[in-house]
Design a protein around this ligand. Structure first.
Ligand SMILES: Cc1cc2nc3c(=O)[nH]c(=O)nc-3n(C[C@H](O)[C@H](O)[C@H](O)COP(=O)(O)OP(=O)(O)OC[C@H]3O[C@@H](n4cnc5c(N)ncnc54)[C@H](O)[C@@H]3O)c2cc1C
Length: 517
């Protein structure tokens, strides 16, 4: 009996998982052509791995735990970083041209909150593009992998708590197909499109979380969203990114008056954890002083050669970073939360695995350490493949069917949702704003006439309910009404969609009672 394996997503997690399952047959579905629509392709920093002399996995794990603000699963973090050097070597075998010195040793650079230089890169800021190019090429040359591009997966098919297929829309024809599957791997990436300002590609809609939540899976740590402090503020959607490595190389953050504002905020100044820098940038902008990256002294004329990607973006907006300040703003960048998975990448539902940004493994806690996400995608993409290869898969029990459907149009409510998430569930949150957001989101979810809008509203509901429920500040989650961490709440959140709905109902009726008083 046929036991089809489906992987949804063509970023690092999906591609690597497909390669590691070879020669087993797999079908890889992606919304965009291979190489497009994946955050992986846009990664400018690189992969964190303790590969240089003097560095150790223990030190890498320590930095990961500190960044994660009290709720990192320490055993899992250590086991992930121990695997890092081996996975980097494996990526080299697939042809990823990581920078090396004349003797062939990997060159490493430093990023925020790492205690040492340990980021492996490609030509400065080209790591993501190089990874996607090499792995896409390898996938296309692997006969056991069937690639279906232009398919947006919108729903998981499940029976008695077991996922046995998926429903995907052919974006060109509008046709919807029910694919039977014995194993489904969600590797659909992040949630950026849920926010008005994001660094993620438009395909990062959090659909994987929505589908899994609607099928009954547990979603972990949904409230923890990382805002990148230095998106380049030139009015583009998505917002281009000025990599953290610029600050690693000495670029500073200044306001319109030329004052460095990070020194007064944290001892590590510009290299403090991302959430701290993002809130400081947000505060400068809110106060009307503006925020800018100043690379004139640290890099000057070397900027173009060291950071060609960022340089090109700046030049296209008429900015010469060797001479000018680069205007910046915080933008949704990474989601620490996601489908709760165990150390093998298994979700709480039989037949469903998840890897990469869509999953929550517990290694990032409340705040991801820079360049640990590509690492997590490759480690867990590999582990999911190993687990599926040794799992007893069950036959799905139905045949493939296709139904003709009308292609969805973008609803104006989608824009409303993005603006709401940015204003009420962003860098700084409070109970009142979150309750108000929950009322609107519940309404959008209930009235949605397309699966696409409904899925977006479902992810928004999971994030906002978890943020409402966490009455403290920790890592990427900052509540102005509860500005300190609460030691009693130093644990991960685990919610089903039914839990999130209960929180939303209570928040909305509580808000009504306050309004009536
Ligand atoms: C600008 C930028 C820079 C970054 N820099 C770094 C860095 O230097 N180091 C680091 O570690 N991390 C970095 N990150 C984060 C990192 O790139 C991502 O977390 C990681 O690449 C996620 O990999 P992934 O495979 O999980 O998802 P992605 O690479 O985002 O791939 C997701 C795939 O799923 C597809 N997809 C989504 N939804 C559906 C659907 N419903 N149906 C079908 N297909 C779907 C997408 O089209 C895409 O192919 C950066 C992120 C951004 C946005």
């Amino acid at each position: 009996m046929d036991k089809p394996i489906f992987i949804v997503g063509g970023g690092l997690a999906g591609l690597y998982c497909a390669l590691k399952l070879a020669p087993r047959k797999v079908t890889l579905l992606t919304a965009a052509p291979l190489g497009d629509g994946a955050s992986t392709a846009w990664a400018q920093g690189g992969i964190a791995a303790a590969v240089s002399e003097g560095d150790t996995p223990e030190s890498h794990a320590h930095d990961t735990v500190v960044a994660g603000a009290g709720i990192v699963d320490e055993a899992r973090a250590l086991s992930m970083v121990r695997e890092a050097p081996e996975r980097v070597r494996d990526l080299l075998k697939y042809g990823v041209p990581f920078d090396r010195d004349l003797e062939g040793h990997l060159l490493v650079s430093r990023e925020a909150a790492h205690s040492t230089r340990r980021i492996v890169r490609v030509k400065g800021d080209q790591a993501g593009a190089a990874i996607i190019a090499a792995l896409s090429d390898a996938v296309l040359k692997t006969p056991s992998i069937k690639v279906l591009t232009g398919f947006m997966t919108e729903e998981l098919l499940a029976e008695n708590g077991r996922v046995n297929g998926l429903r995907a829309r052919n974006l060109a024809t509008g046709e919807i197909t029910n694919f039977p599957a014995s194993a489904v791997v969600l590797a659909t990436g992040g949630i950026g499109a849920l926010y008005a300002v994001t660094t993620n590609p438009a395909q990062a809609r959090g659909t994987g979380i929505a589908m899994a939540a609607r099928a009954g899976a547990v979603i972990a740590d949904a409230e923890f969203v990382q805002f990148h402090p230095t998106a380049i503020d030139i009015g583009r959607d998505p917002a281009p990114l000025a990599t953290e490595a610029l600050r690693g190389d000495g670029a500073t953050l200044v306001n319109r008056n030329g004052e460095r504002f990070m020194q007064a905020v944290h001892k590590d100044a510009e290299l403090a954890a991302r959430d701290i820098v993002a809130r400081a940038v947000f505060a400068e902008i809110q106060a009307g002083r503006g925020a800018f990256l100043d690379a004139r002294k640290a890099l000057g004329e070397k900027f173009a050669e060291k950071f060609p990607g960022v340089y090109a973006v700046c030049r296209s907006a008429g900015i010469d970073p060797a001479k000018d300040l680069i205007p910046i703003a915080p933008a949704e960048h990474y989601h620490m939360g996601g489908i709760a998975v165990d150390e093998r990448g298994r979700s709480s539902l039989e037949g469903l695995w998840a890897a990469g940004e869509v999953a929550s493994t517990g290694v990032h806690g409340a705040n991801r350490l820079a360049s640990n996400s590509l690492l997590e995608a490759v480690v867990y993409g590999g582990r999911v493949a190993d687990d599926i290869a040794s799992a007893e898969l069950r036959a799905p029990g139905f045949a493939q069917t296709a139904v003709r459907a009308i292609a969805p149009s973008v609803s104006p409510r989608e824009r409303e949702l993005r603006a709401l998430m940015a204003s009420n569930v962003g860098v700084v949150r409070d109970g009142e704003d979150l309750a108000q957001a929950l009322a609107v989101i519940s309404d959008i979810e209930e009235d949605a006439t397309t699966l696409s809008l409904r899925n977006l509203a479902t992810v928004a509901l999971m994030i906002t309910a978890a943020a409402y429920d966490r009455r403290e500040s920790r890592g990427g989650h900052f509540r102005s009404d509860y500005p300190s961490p609460d030691p009693a709440k130093a644990k991960r959140s685990m919610l089903t969609l039914a839990d999130a709905r209960r929180i939303a109902d209570a928040a909305v009726s509580g808000a009504h009672m306050i309004a009536a008083e």
